[in-house]
Design a protein around this ligand. Structure first.
Ligand SMILES: Cc1cc2nc3c(=O)[nH]c(=O)nc-3n(C[C@H](O)[C@H](O)[C@H](O)COP(=O)(O)OP(=O)(O)OC[C@H]3O[C@@H](n4cnc5c(N)ncnc54)[C@H](O)[C@@H]3O)c2cc1C
Length: 510
C-alpha cells in the first residue's frame, strides 16, 4: 500500500503557519524535519501529530476528526490527538505527538513529545489472567491489559504454532507474494517478552471449569486463573464429498495454512476456489496475481449478492474476469480427484489446488462443554462477560446484544474482534465499558478496496449511488426503511461519516 509521506509542496510547520489558515475542526498536512505531520484544530487548541496511520500507513489528513480524536480513512483506526495513543483497532501503535507553539497568530511545530508510560494499576484480586486464543481479540486484550497498567501475570494460549498474525493479510498481500512473511506477524517475539506476556504457542486448551476458573491444557496441565478471556475464533468449514480429504484440498485460516497453499501455488498451476466468499474471492485475486490460473465455483448466481447486492456482486465478478478468473456459478462440487474437480453439473475442472472458502464455524466447543450459556456463539452481556462471572468472550465466538439492531449478533470481522478484545480486557480490570460498537470491515481485491460499516444481516432494499465500474460508489442497505449498513468503494470520507452517524444513533438510544 502507498505510504502517506511528506510531499514537496507540503508546508514545513517548523516555519509556522497562520492560525487563521486552519479553521476550527480543520486538518492540515505538512512536515517537520522530513516527517509527515498533521495539524488539527479544535476550538482554540491546535494539535500536531504524526500524519500516518500506524496500521497500514493511511493518510490521516484525509481522515475524520471527531472530538479530540482522528480516524484513519482506510481501515477506521482511531488515535487520541492529545496523547497519540491508538484508541481503536486496527492500529496497535501510537502516532507521535509534537509540541505546538503559538506566536503572533502563527503556529509552529517543535520537537516530538516524550510518551507517558502507563500508570501501574493495583489489582489485588486479579493476579493471573488467561487468554485462550492468540488471534485478533486475544492479542489486543493482552496488549490492552499492559497498556492499562495491569502488572500481574498474563498467559495467552494459542492452538496455533505461530505468533498472532495479521489474518486479513493471509488472503491478500502475503498470499499474493507481495508481502514477506515477517510482515504477517502482529508483533515479534521480543514484544511479548519485554512486556512479560507469556505466549504458549501450540498449546490447545481442552477443558474449562467455569466455576473454578481452571483451564486444562492439551499437555495435561490444569491451571487456575482469576479471570479468563475466551477468544478462540473460528475454524474454516470443509465439504463432505468424495476426495475432499485429498492433500491438495486446503482451507485458509492460519499462517501454516497459507504456507501450505503458497507451496502449491507456483506459476502456471491451476486452482479451483470453492465458494465466492470474501476469503474465496480475495484468494482468487491473490493467486492470480501469483500467476496461478484461478477459477471459482459457487452455488449463487451472482458472487456476494446476499451481502453486497446485485450491483456490487456483478462488479466483483467482472473485476475478477478482467484478471482471468473463470466462474462456475449456480454449481457445486460433486467429487475431487488429484488432478481435477467434477462439478455437480458434470463439468470437469482441472485443478492442482482446491481451496475451500465455504465459511467458518465459531470455535465454541470449550465454552459449550463448560456449560456456559450458548446461542449463535458464546452468549455475552453488553460488557462481554459470559454467563460465568470472571469469564469473558470476544471476537468471532462472541454473540453480544447489539443496541442498534435490538438483536444479539455475532460478527466475523477483524476490527470487531480487536475492539472487543480491548473492551473485554478493560472490563476484566473493572472499567464497565459497554460493547456499543459499529461493525466495520474491508476487503481488498486487486486494486479495489471496499469498506463496509454497519450490519445488515438481512436487508430489503439496496440503494446505489455512483458507479462501481468507475471505482467510485456507495451502496446503502435498508431493512424496513431503516439504513443498516453502507458499502463504499474509494469513498473513504463517506464511509467514516456513515460510521459516525451510526455511532451517534447508537449513543442517542436509551
Ligand atoms: C484469510 C482471512 C482473511 C480475512 N480477511 C478479513 C478482512 O479483510 N477484513 C475483516 O474484517 N476480517 C477478515 N477476516 C476475518 C478476521 O480475521 C476474523 O474475524 C478475526 O481474526 C477473528 O478474531 P478472533 O480473535 O476472534 O479469532 P482468530 O483471529 O481466529 O484467533 C483465534 C485463535 O484462537 C486459537 N484457538 C482456537 N481454539 C483454541 C483452543 N481451544 N485453545 C487455544 N487456542 C485456541 C487459534 O489457534 C487462533 O490463534 C479474515 C479471516 C481470514 C481467515
Amino acid at each position: 500500500m502507498a505510504e502517506a509521506t511528506s510531499r514537496d509542496h507540503d508546508p514545513d510547520f517548523a516555519d509556522g503557519v497562520k492560525l487563521d489558515d486552519l479553521k476550527d475542526g480543520g486538518l492540515l498536512a505538512g512536515e517537520v524535519a522530513g516527517e509527515a505531520v498533521l495539524l488539527a484544530r479544535r476550538g482554540e487548541e491546535v494539535f500536531a501529530v504524526g500524519a500516518t496511520c500506524t496500521h497500514y500507513h493511511g493518510p490521516l489528513a484525509e481522515g475524520l476528526m471527531v472530538g479530540e480524536t482522528i480516524r484513519c480513512p482506510w481501515h477506521h483506526a482511531c488515535f487520541s490527538l492529545r496523547t497519540g495513543n491508538p484508541l481503536r483497532a486496527p492500529a496497535l501503535d501510537p502516532i507521535p505527538c509534537y509540541r505546538v507553539e503559538r506566536q503572533e497568530g502563527r503556529v509552529f511545530v517543535r520537537e516530538k513529545l516524550a510518551r507517558a508510560e502507563p500508570r501501574p494499576r493495583q489489582t489485588p484480586t486479579l493476579r493471573r489472567i488467561a487468554i485462550v486464543g492468540g488471534g485478533a481479540a486475544g492479542n489486543e486484550a493482552a496488549e490492552t491489559l499492559r497498556a492499562e497498567g495491569y502488572g500481574g501475570e498474563i498467559t495467552m494460549f494459542s492452538a496455533a504454532g505461530d505468533l498472532p498474525c495479521d489474518r486479513p493479510n493471509l488472503s491478500k498481500d502475503y498470499l499474493a507474494g507481495s508481502a514477506p512473511e515477517e510482515w504477517v506477524f502482529l508483533r515479534p517475539e521480543d514484544f511479548y517478552r519485554e512486556r512479560n506476556i507469556t505466549v504458549e504457542l501450540g498449546k490447545r486448551v481442552v477443558g474449562l471449569d467455569a466455576r473454578a476458573r481452571e483451564l486444562r491444557i492439551a499437555d495435561g496441565r490444569r491451571l487456575g486463573f482469576d479471570a479468563i478471556l475466551l477468544a478462540t475464533g473460528a475454524a474454516a468449514r470443509r465439504i463432505n464429498v468424495p476426495g475432499a480429504d485429498l492433500p491438495h484440498v486446503r482451507t485458509l485460516r492460519s499462517v501454516a495454512d497459507c504456507r501450505e497453499i503458497i507451496a502449491r501455488a507456483g506459476e502456471g498451476r491451476r486452482a479451483l476456489i470453492v465458494g465466492a466468499s470474501f476469503i474465496g474471492l480475495e484468494a482468487a485475486a491473490a493467486l492470480s496475481t501469483r500467476g496461478v490460473a484461478a477459477s471459482v465455483v459457487a452455488p449463487e448466481a451472482v458472487p456476494m449478492e446476499r451481502v453486497l447486492g446485485a450491483d456490487l456482486g456483478a462488479f466483483l465478478r467482472a473485476l475478477h474476469e478482467e484478471h482471468g478468473v473463470a466462474f462456475h456459478l449456480g454449481s457445486g462440487v460433486a467429487s475431487i480427484r488429484p488432478e481435477a474437480v467434477t462439478l455437480t453439473g458434470g463439468e470437469r475442472v482441472p485443478a492442482d489446488l482446491v481451496l475451500l472458502g465455504v465459511g467458518v464455524a465459531p470455535e465454541t466447543a470449550l465454552a459449550a462443554e463448560a456449560g456456559l450459556a450458548m446461542g449463535n456463539g458464546v452468549l455475552v452481556d453488553a460488557f462481554l462477560q459470559t454467563s460465568a462471572p470472571g469469564i469473558f468472550a470476544a471476537g468471532d465466538i462472541a454473540c453480544w446484544p447489539d443496541k442498534l439492531s435490538g438483536e444479539r449478533i455475532r460478527i466475523e470481522h477483524w476490527v470487531v474482534a480487536e475492539r472487543q478484545g480491548r473492551i473485554a480486557a478493560r472490563n476484566i480490570l473493572g472499567s464497565g465499558e459497554r460493547c456499543d460498537i459499529v461493525p466495520f470491515f474491508w476487503t481488498q481485491q486487486y486494486d479495489v478496496s471496499l469498506s463496509y460499516v454497519g450490519h445488515a444481516a438481512q436487508w430489503d432494499r439496496a440503494e446505489l449511488e455512483g458507479d462501481p465500474h468507475e471505482r467510485d460508489c456507495r451502496v446503502s442497505y435498508f431493512s424496513k426503511g431503516q439504513k443498516r449498513a453502507v458499502a463504499t468503494i474509494f469513498r473513504d470520507g463517506e464511509s467514516l461519516a456513515e460510521e459516525l452517524a451510526f455511532e451517534e444513533a447508537l449513543a442517542a438510544m436509551p
